[in-house]
Design a protein. Structure first.
Length: 66
């Protein structure tokens, strides 16, 4: 599945790469929210997708910390 592949890719990355990806995802979420507030966002489901990706990244970071 598409999600499993994404998680496998995350687990293969180092901690610094994961932190970089987390920052990028949070910036994307901010931009999506801003576009939504100004009625420029066409695909509103992308917000939900990015939020879930942030949660996935944070989960992998927590797993690597243990």
């Amino acid at each position: 599945m598409k999600i499993n592949k994404y998680v496998e890719d995350l687990q293969a990355k180092s901690a610094t790469e994961l932190n970089d990806e987390l920052v990028a995802a949070k910036k994307e979420l901010f931009n999506l929210r801003f576009q939504n507030a100004t009625n420029q966002l066409e695909n509103t489901s992308r917000i939900k997708e990015v939020r879930r990706n942030i949660a996935r990244i944070q989960t992998v970071i927590a797993q690597k910390a243990n």
